[in-house]
Write a protein that binds this ligand. Sequence first.
Ligand SMILES: [Zn+2]
Length: 180
Amino acid sequence: MKRYRDKIVIVPLGDVDYFQINKLSTALSSRFGHSVDILQGIKVPNEAYDVIKGQYFSTMILQKLELLKASEKEKILGIIEDDIYSTRHHSLVSDADAVGGTALVSLFQLKQQFYGLPDDEKMIYQRLVKEATRVVGALFSIPYCRNPKCVMYNSSEMFDIDQKTEKFCDICKRTYMKVM
Ligand SMILES: [Zn+2]
């Protein structure tokens, strides 16, 4: 029987900038030491859209992403432009289902436009790579970190995301080596 290796699979949902996705895949591959595939973009599932909220229900999108898994060893990371929500949060930057092995990052709040500021591609990318690393780290069972400079720091505010680095601290690095 063929043994599958851990793999990260990025799935763009809707109209996501391919250049940023490509850069992200290289960054995740070097951070986690696994190969990263980029799937052809899929349409954002209509049924996950809440007309009244004007947002997408992240739990339903995570379930859809799980259907794309080719093996249990794959971790699926969806990237979406639109705003997402869950039953516990009215708006989210990211969401993950550790059991399903799926995660989702929304670019909506990562954009400077959201704060009434001119857009800055470099800044969006830096935020994207940090948030994507944190959720994928969570899928590999790395817990939240108390070090505000560590990428695994629980950064729910944009200020915290901007303050932290895109790297693991020494403790998280060792934690990851154990599960790798
Ligand atoms: Zn850490």
